[in-house]
Design a protein. Structure first.
Length: 310
């Protein structure tokens, strides 16, 4: 019955368009992000970037650059020549990124790097057709309508241009999310708005988004990383200070946030007592692709040879 009440609460919030904004959580996490998230998941981001070529002189667009972990790596690979347009919705995260970028571009006039506080969907629509060699989306395509965003990315890419997406998978932090869902099921009034995310089941799901957007998939894989937190309190600290719980601040009744955290911690403590360990996994996907160099034939169209044309 409690799950039914939670579903009814979620439906009412959806009908009222009560949607959580994760920006406040990312602003709050900005000073800790490179202490918590980047050392654990940053290596996976860098490895994903290595799966798409970057050459000096390339024009790169990075959507949701965060604290600039990948931005800095892109700048290094441009080797003194090229341009980057990087955006993030969180002013706090972008301020950290700006300091990194300034240090890497000082005295290098061949690099044109500009950072903007902006929304991904709004920004990509302002970019000219066939203007980018590479578009990177790190840990954020879940906040959009993925196929629509990828179609816009395809428009912006030059023929043969590349795209890389790394994203959290739907089953990440499973014990934690199950504990949180149970807390809301027990008292649906704690939930005041919905966190809207399109987390993929696996890399194949993201590859499907690419195909629907007219992009060719060049690589896809799933990955997992055990987070370095093995007590209930440490798990909660990691997800809050790493940005992994983005949206929590506006999804939960402000006056009862600590109550929710206490109940989730108690649920994790019960799980620890039963299993003897808390190995919380941050699962993720990496998918790379490219814009076809020639327009795809329409479904049912025949080539000249098939039509009997010499």
């Amino acid at each position: 019955m409690s799950r039914i009440r939670l579903a009814a609460r979620a439906l009412r919030l959806a009908l009222n368009r009560a949607h959580a904004d994760p920006t406040a959580d990312y602003d709050a996490a900005s000073s800790d992000y490179d202490t918590f998230f980047s050392p654990v998941m940053g290596g996976h981001s860098t490895a994903a970037l290595a799966e798409v070529p970057i050459a000096p002189g390339d024009r790169v667009v990075e959507l949701a650059c965060g604290t600039g972990h990948l931005t800095a790596e892109i700048i290094r690979r441009l080797d003194g020549r090229g341009s980057v347009r990087a955006i993030d919705k969180s002013p706090g995260m972008l301020e950290v990124a700006r300091r990194k970028v300034d240090a890497l571009t000082e005295g290098r006039p061949g690099l044109d790097v500009r950072l903007f506080v902006d929304d991904m969907d709004a920004f990509i629509r302002t970019q000219p057709d066939r203007s980018a060699d590479l578009v990177v989306v790190g840990w954020a395509i879940c906040y959009t309508k993925p196929t629509r965003l990828l179609a816009e990315i395809g428009r912006v890419l030059k023929p043969g241009g590349r795209v890389m997406v790394i994203e959290t998978r739907a089953d990440a932090h499973q014990a934690l999310t199950e504990g949180l869902e149970q807390v809301f099921a027990d008292d649906p009034s704690l939930l005041t708005s919905l966190i809207r995310v399109s987390l993929p089941k696996n890399a194949a799901a993201v590859a499907g988004w690419f195909g629907k957007a007219g992009l060719t998939v060049t690589g896809q894989r799933d990955g997992a990383q055990i987070i370095p937190a093995h007590t209930p309190a440490a798990v909660l600290e990691w997800v809050q200070r790493s940005g992994a719980a983005a949206g929590f601040k506006t999804a939960v009744d402000n006056e009862r946030q600590q109550l929710v955290l206490d109940r989730v911690e108690a649920a994790l403590a019960e799980l620890l007592a039963r299993q003897g360990a808390l190995d919380i996994q941050h699962t993720f996907v990496v998918v790379t692709g490219a814009k076809p160099t020639a327009p795809r034939a329409r479904h049912g169209a025949r080539t000249g040879e098939e039509a009997g044309v010499a």
